[in-house]
Design a protein around this ligand. Structure first.
Ligand SMILES: Cc1cc2nc3c(=O)[nH]c(=O)nc-3n(C[C@H](O)[C@H](O)[C@H](O)COP(=O)(O)OP(=O)(O)OC[C@H]3O[C@@H](n4cnc5c(N)ncnc54)[C@H](O)[C@@H]3O)c2cc1C
Length: 524
């Protein structure tokens, strides 16, 4: 083997996977066809769950330092231009304000980390440098993947630079994924819903001079779906709009900002809105993750963030399998767990984008002169626009239903809600963030080393479970927390957590069938 895991694509999904594998001691190689990271706009917001994941990986601070400063507002506006009174203004907390809210939170309803605005062209080179600093991780730019062959013991990938052999291959190679194509996996859903142009501008003075107030998104109520986004430097901006020619994006920017400022247009390109989900997430030793597996309309922020979720689910399963204690169901569970999240996130994105279409449909060319047109549009936007910006339920509340790795607790479990986050420890859910009496966070008390953790809020004898995990060679740590409030918020004395901090089992007595539980949790 040249490496243990071969990752195709150095976008945020592939690089996050490489860092997590590298930190868990797995040797991996990332192949990227581009000669170097590019300064091209795409995503700009890591959601709260992604930032929790990056915190566990020890890199959240570096991402924040590279991103939008913590005091900058995250507000969203609907406008005619930046120089006219907004039709609708939604206030969202800056990272500093959000952090203060989290610090005050006494229940389990908040994430441990606030979101972070960081442009993809800032994030990717940073993730690349972190990946390259890890022993065992190789990142090869300018290396195009062409095809693969797999057999019972591994995968051989052909690249333009020659062949490479690995135990597993993961296609994190974006929407047109060559890996997915070679697997013959179809995408189901709606393609090419709308084609827009996106341009990137540098404008030194705009951010400081926006007369209607600072924010991150300015949706323009026009017939061209115009939408201005502040990037992390606050000197770069992107504008999306339906226009005929690339050159039209200059006039569109001038019309949107409506301020006589000097600017440079750095890039223009076209992109299409899709709502698509891969029918499978892999075959044999080959998997797909990120945009290769699901494509959403990105305004709700479920694109790259879903890819980070895929990476973190697949990473520990690959590591445990390579370490020898992962059972045969472990890697097979990746598709079962993550495809349902992909499906729900595609649905959440559809729901949010339909909301935006509804208020955009209220646009009439007389909007500047007719107060009634403006009032009608604002009334619909009031009900519909928050759907795009308030999907904390989708971000934090996702739960792996009917997973072979999760103990089948009786009952359906709480319903999935995109908008509202309802904290739960129902098996399959992400462990809600709770502050302990000493001011530390439960998530921070759980070590990063590969293995399971049993949270114990009592003195019960859990030797049976420890022995069961030991018999499978799977690491299990017992973390005893004497904290009544946390126990009450979690609702159980004992909670078994996987390495990705999803609940595998919960109870008030040690499990009667310890070996069966350990076998399920580890994929045997
Ligand atoms: C305008 C816009 C705004 C967005 N905003 C957000 C947002 O705010 N939040 C959010 O979560 N998401 C957002 N997204 C979506 C987000 O950008 C994508 O979901 C994200 O880039 C997916 O990451 P990925 O790593 O899976 O794939 P990609 O970023 O597409 O990376 C795939 C990589 O694979 C490489 N590759 C492909 N083929 C080969 C090959 N044969 N050999 C080697 N390498 C190959 C590509 O060069 C590329 O670098 C936005 C998208 C757009 C277009």
């Amino acid at each position: 083997m040249d490496t243990e895991v071969l990752i195709v694509g150095a976008g945020p999904t592939g690089l996050t996977l490489a860092i997590d594998l590298g930190r868990r001691g797995v040797r991996c190689t990332v192949l990227e066809q581009k000669p170097a990271p590019q300064f091209l706009p795409k995503m700009e917001r890591c959601n709260a769950r992604t930032m929790e994941i990056y915190r566990r990986m020890g890199i959240a601070g570096r991402i924040r330092a590279a991103g939008l400063p913590g005091h900058c507002p995250m507000d969203v506006f609907i406008v005619l231009s930046l120089a006219e009174p907004p039709l609708y203004h939604l206030h969202y907390p800056s990272v500093e304000e959000y952090r203060a809210q989290i610090a005050r939170c006494e229940d389990a309803s908040q994430p441990l980390e606030p979101y972070q605005l960081v442009s993809q062209y800032t994030l990717e080179p940073l993730l690349k440098s972190i990946a390259e600093s890890l022993p065992g991780v190789t990142v090869r730019y300018g290396c195009e993947f062409l095809s693969f062959r797999q057999d019972a013991s591994g995968v051989e990938a052909l690249t333009r630079q020659g062949p490479l052999r690995a135990a597993y291959l993961v296609g994190c190679d974006g929407g047109s994924s060559p890996v997915r194509r070679q697997l013959g996996i179809e995408l189901a859903g709606d393609a090419n819903l709308l084609e827009l142009r996106q341009a990137l501008y540098y404008c030194e003075d705009l951010y400081e001079r926006i007369p209607i107030g600072k924010g991150r998104h300015y949706h323009v109520a026009d017939g061209q779906h115009s939408f201005l986004i502040v990037q992390d430097s606050t000197r770069h901006f992107t504008l999306h709009a339906v226009v005929e020619r690339d050159e039209d994006m200059a006039a569109q920017f001038e019309k949107t900002i409506a301020l006589p400022l000097k600017y440079e247009m750095l890039y223009v390109g076209a992109w299409r809105q899709n709502l698509l989900l891969a029918e499978r997430y892999g075959a044999g030793r080959v998997f797909i993750a990120g945009d290769a597996a699901h494509l959403v309309i990105p305004t709700g922020g479920l694109g790259m963030n879903s890819g980070v979720g895929d990476a973190i689910d697949l990473s520990w399963k690959l590591a445990a399998t390579l370490q020898g204690w992962g059972g045969p169901q472990l890697l097979a569970s990746y598709e079962i767990e993550r495809r349902q999240v992909g499906s729900r996130n595609v649905a959440a994105s559809r729901f949010a984008s339909q909301g935006r279409r509804k208020w955009r449909a209220m646009y009439r060319p007389d909007i500047r002169d007719n107060p009634e047109t403006r009032a009608n549009l604002a009334r619909v936007a009031y009900a519909e626009q928050p759907k795009s910006n308030e999907m904390i339920g989708a971000e934090l509340g996702y739960r792996y239903v009917a997973s072979p790795l999760v103990w089948p607790e009786p009952g359906e479990g709480p319903a999935h809600d995109f908008i509202e986050y309802l904290p739960t420890t129902f098996p399959g859910a992400r462990l809600p963030h709770v502050w302990l009496a000493d001011g530390s966070a439960v998530q921070d008390r759980i070590g990063y080393e590969l293995g399971f953790t049993l949270l114990r809020f009592s003195d019960q004898d859990v030797n049976g479970l420890a022995k069961a995990f030991a018999s499978l060679g799977a690491p299990l740590r017992i973390l005893t927390l004497r904290d009544e409030r946390a126990r009450d918020l979690y609702g159980h004395d004992l909670i078994l957590l996987r390495p990705d901090l999803h609940v595998a089992w919960r109870g008030n007595q040690p499990p009667g069938e310890s070996l069966q539980l350990a076998r399920i949790a580890t994929g045997h």
